[in-house]
Design a protein. Structure first.
Length: 343
């Protein structure tokens, strides 16, 4: 196994050079609704571009022109937005995009190109998405590491100090890497992400088609603190799942032996569309240089969640953007984005 010696994957709150996105175009991801998502998606880009470059994968000049129309309509700063003709199958750049590593001593940057199979082969084709990291690496002349196993960016969260948080529901699912044991998967995470410790939660929220990504339930907000969603209605099907996650978090210890500081975040009122429970969660926020963008869902808990997260990020403005239409695609702002760290 190749070791990315000297490299590590920084925490999301570390300074970014850019945020990477893949422009949404797959109608099957938002059946009957894709036209309704662009305004909010463009708002997201506008907010992120206030503090960093936004780099967007598009199919061709026609798609870039359409994207620019949407961005102009919300007043985004086009001078901070770049387009790259790297065609994709879908929009979920957290999972198919480049996992950027940095070497703090040499000031080098590299990319991991994990295998990508659309969450266990659920949504073929995914051949274009699978090669996005290598295409970006080649374009920028960056080293690209190829571990040869499936791994998605939304399945792991980082404190930037050697600890990775993930779930057994996703990483141990037989539709990802059935030939690997838990210990072997941990070896890959440690070796390629430059980590020392893997902490495991259990199940993800109901409606999450990724088999339990961590970025819908529990997120690091600094090196020793997490926010975790809790369901306050005991009758809700997420209640026991999230209580179990909360109790597990309380037993965890970091590399320095300290317990986690835990901040509880409410869940939104269930979002149901065409009789389908959608994976709506305030934990799917994105930490940009100048802001933290939080999905909101037109419910009473929106304001509470934004207030809690603003206290968690005193150095950034917390911005809520309506994700009620976007979540029909079964993901939100964190799922759509991937940060490129500065060195």
């Amino acid at each position: 196994m190749v070791q990315t010696k000297g490299f590590h994957f920084p925490a999301e709150w570390a300074p970014h050079t850019a945020t990477w996105l893949s422009w949404p175009h797959k109608e099957e991801s938002w059946p009957g609704k894709i036209g309704m998502i662009y305004n909010r998606y463009a708002e997201f880009i506008k907010v992120v571009a206030e503090g960093e470059l936004v780099r967007i994968n598009v199919k061709d000049e026609q798609m870039a022109a359409f994207a620019k129309e949407q961005l102009i309509a919300v007043g985004a700063d086009l001078s901070k937005i770049e387009f790259y003709e790297f065609p994709t199958n879908d929009a979920w750049c957290r999972d198919h995009g480049p996992a950027f590593l940095i070497n703090a001593e040499t000031k080098e940057k590299a990319i991991i190109d994990w295998g990508y199979n659309a969450w266990g082969g659920k949504y073929p084709p995914y051949d274009l998405d699978d090669v996005i990291p290598t295409k970006i690496g080649e374009h920028f002349g960056l080293p690209v590491f190829n571990p040869g196993i499936v791994m998605e960016g939304g399945s792991v969260d980082f404190n930037g100090k050697g600890t990775i948080l993930t779930t057994t529901a996703c990483l141990l699912n037989e539709n990802r890497n059935p030939h690997l044991t838990k210990e072997q998967i941990e070896d890959y995470l440690r070796n390629y992400y430059g980590a020392e410790q893997i902490l495991w939660l259990g199940d993800g929220i109901v409606g999450d088609d990724t088999d339990g990504h961590i970025d819908d339930i529990t997120r690091f907000i600094n090196e020793d603190t997490v926010v975790t969603v809790v369901e306050e209605n005991p009758e809700d099907e997420n209640y026991h799942i999230l209580q179990e996650n909360l109790e597990t978090l309380k037993t965890m210890r970091l590399l320095n032996g300290k317990p986690l500081n835990i901040v509880e975040l409410p869940m939104p009122t269930p979002v149901i569309y065409e009789d389908q429970r959608l994976p709506a969660s305030y934990a799917n926020f994105y930490i940009a240089n100048a802001a933290v963008v939080v999905p909101t869902f037109r419910c009473d808990n929106d304001a509470r969640a934004l207030e809690i997260l603003q206290k968690c990020f005193p150095d950034r403005k917390v911005v809520g953007i309506d994700s009620t239409d976007i979540i029909w695609g079964l993901g939100s702002f964190h799922c759509l984005s991937q940060q490129e760290p500065a060195v």
